[in-house]
Design a binder for this molecule. Structure first.
Ligand code: ADP
Length: 452
C-alpha cells in the first residue's frame, strides 16, 4: 500500500468500502425478502388446507368432496387421505412423490426438490362423522416467483455495475484533482536538475481564483518560486555591486601607491588619496558588515539608556562643520530629556547618516533642520532639508542596498547608508519613513519607543 499513489489508495479504499456497503444491503434485502416470501407461502398453504377441509363430507360410507374444491390453486397442491393414509383424491407434484414425508398433523415440513428449491408440506387431520381424514397441502416457496426476487436479481447486477462506474469515475476525478501536485513535483524536479528558478507550475486560467486547496498549493509554490527567484537575483546583484564598489577604491590605491614609489615628491599627495580611498572602503565594509549581521540576526546592540536629546545636539554640532562647505545652516528644535533604550553608537550612526545625506543632497546656502519631540510614546526625530528631493518612483527604492537615484550619482556614496539606517532602526524596535518633493526637499522621520 505504501508504494501506491494517493489517487490509487483513495480509489481502492472507497471501492472496497462501497463493495462492503452494497454487499451488506444486498444480503439484508435477500435475507428479509426470502423470509417474507416463505412466510407468505406458508400462510397461503395453511389457509388452502383449512379451506379444503371444509369441503369434505361423508356420504354413506365414503368421503365426498365438494365440486368447488380445486386440487391445485394459487400454487398449492391439495391431496386427501383416509385415516390409514391411503390417497383418496388430489395429488402431489410428481417430482416430490418419492420424498413426501409421513403425514403429521399441524406441522409444516420443508423439503427440497431435485433442483434444490424449497417446498412446504402441511397436513391436517380431522374427523368427519367419526372417521378420520387427512388433508395435505404442498406449495413451492414463493421466494423464487416473487417480483421481489426479480428486483433483487436486478440489483445484484446493477450494484456491482454502479460500484465499477463509481470507482472509475472517482479514479478519474481524483487523478485530475491531483494533477497540480504532479505538476509541482515535475517543476521542482526540473528546477533541481538545471537550477532554472524562472519555472512555474502551470495553472489554467479558470483555476487561478479557486478554493481548491490543491490549486492553492500550486499557487503558493509559484509564489515561493517568485520569491526565491527574486532573492536569488538580488543576491547575484548584491555580489556584483559589492565587487564593483570595492574595485574602484582598490584601483586608486594601487595606482597611487605605484606613483608614490616612483615619485618621491608626489608621495605625500598619493598618501592622502590612498588614505581617503581606504577610509571609503572601510566605511563600505563596515556598512556591509552591519547589514549582513542584521540579516542573520547577529547584530549585537550594547543597549543602555540613551539621552536622545543629547545625541541630537552632538550630531547637529558635528554636522555643522561638514555643512560649512556648502554654506548650509543647521537648525535644531530638540525637546529636552528624551530618553530611549538603545545602542548609543548605533543611534549616532543612524542620525549622522541622515544628516550626512541632508547636507549632501541639500541646497547650497540652504538649511537642514534636526528636530526631536515626543509623540504618543515615541521619540520622533526628523531631519529635513530643502535640497533636490526624491521623486515618487524612487521613494520606495532608496531603502534598497546599492540603490542610488540617477541624479545623485555625482555625490560620493555607495547607496548603503539608508539600507543600514533602516536595519538599525528596526533593531531598536523603531521605524524610519520619508516624505519628499523633487526640487523642494526631503524629510526623514525616525521613531524610537520611549524608555520609561
Ligand atoms: P548614498 O550613499 O548614495 O547616499 P543612501 O542609501 O544614503 O546612499 O541613499 C540612497 C539614495 O537616496 C541616494 O543616492 C539619494 O539619491 C537618495 N537620498 C538619500 N537621502 C536623500 C536626501 N536627503 N535628499 C535627496 N535624496 C536623497
Amino acid at each position: 500500500m505504501g508504494k501506491l499513489s494517493i489517487t490509487k489508495k483513495i480509489t481502492i479504499w472507497y471501492t472496497i468500502f462501497m463493495l462492503f456497503i452494497t454487499g451488506c444491503v444486498l444480503w439484508t434485502l435477500v435475507y428479509t425478502g426470502n423470509l417474507r416470501a416463505s412466510e407468505a407461502a406458508q400462510e397461503v398453504l395453511m389457509e388452502a388446507v383449512a379451506d379444503a377441509s371444509e369441503e369434505i363430507e361423508r356420504f354413506g360410507g365414503d368421503f365426498v368432496v365438494d365440486d368447488k374444491l380445486k386440487f391445485y390453486e394459487d400454487g398449492v397442491y391439495i391431496s386427501i387421505y383416509d385415516g390409514e393414509g391411503e390417497l383418496l383424491e388430489g395429488r402431489v407434484p410428481g417430482e416430490l412423490v418419492q420424498i413426501m414425508p409421513v403425514l403429521d398433523d399441524k406441522e409444516i415440513a420443508t423439503i427440497s426438490d431435485g433442483s434444490g428449491e424449497a417446498w412446504y408440506v402441511y397436513d391436517s387431520l380431522f374427523e368427519v362423522d367419526d372417521k378420520f381424514v387427512w388433508v395435505r397441502g404442498v406449495v413451492k416457496d414463493f421466494a423464487e416467483q416473487s417480483t421481489f426476487t426479480f428486483i433483487m436479481r436486478l440489483a445484484g447486477i446493477a450494484f456491482p455495475g454502479l460500484v465499477i462506474a463509481a470507482a472509475l469515475g472517482g479514479y478519474i476525478i481524483t487523478r485530475r484533482a491531483f494533477r497540480p501536485v504532479r505538476d509541482i513535483i515535475e517543476t521542482v524536479e526540473d528546477i533541481t536538475a538545471d537550477g532554472d528558478l524562472s519555472r512555474r507550475v502551470r495553472i489554467e486560467e479558470e483555476h487561478v481564483e479557486t478554493n481548491d486547496e490543491i490549486y492553492k498549493l500550486a499557487g503558493t509554490f509559484n509564489e515561493m518560486f517568485d520569491k526565491l527567484e527574486k532573492t536569488f537575483d538580488q543576491e547575484k546583484q548584491f555580489t556584483s555591486d559589492v565587487s564593483h564598489e570595492l574595485r574602484t577604491p582598490l584601483a586608486v590605491i594601487i595606482s597611487q601607491s605605484d606613483y608614490a614609489m616612483e615619485d618621491e615628491e608626489y608621495r605625500e599627495k598619493a598618501l592622502g588619496k590612498i588614505n581617503k580611498e581606504a577610509r571609503r572602503m572601510s566605511t563600505l565594509v563596515n556598512r556591509l558588515l552591519t547589514l549582513s549581521r542584521s540579516d542573520s540576526g547577529r547584530l549585537v546592540l550594547e543597549k543602555d539608556q540613551v539621552d536622545l536629546s543629547e545625541v541630537c545636539e552632538m550630531v547637529a554640532e558635528q554636522q555643522a562643520i561638514v555643512a560649512e562647505d556648502k554654506n548650509i545652516s543647521i537648525e535644531t528644535d530638540i525637546a529636552e530629556d528624551i530618553t530611549i533604550t538603545g545602542d548609543e553608537a548605533m543611534i549616532m550612526r543612524i542620525l549622522l547618516n541622515l544628516m550626512d545625506n541632508a547636507v549632501k543632497y541639500g541646497r547650497e546656502d540652504g538649511k537642514v533642520t534636526l528636530s526631536l519631540a515626543e509623540e504618543n510614546g515615541y521619540a520622533v526625530c526628523s531631519v529635513e532639508d530643502d535640497g533636490i528631493g526624491i521623486s515618487e518612483e524612487d521613494l520606495e527604492k532608496i531603502w534598497e542596498r546599492f540603490y542610488r537615484v540617477e541624479a545623485s550619482r555625482s555625490e560620493e556614496g555607495a547607496g548603503l547608508g539608508l539600507a543600514m539606517v533602516a536595519a538599525l532602526t528596526k533593531a531598536h524596535g523603531g521605524s524610519v519613513d520619508v516624505t519628499s518633493k523633487p526640487g523642494e526637499g526631503s524629510r526623514f522621520i525616525v521613531k524610537f519607543p520611549i524608555y520609561r
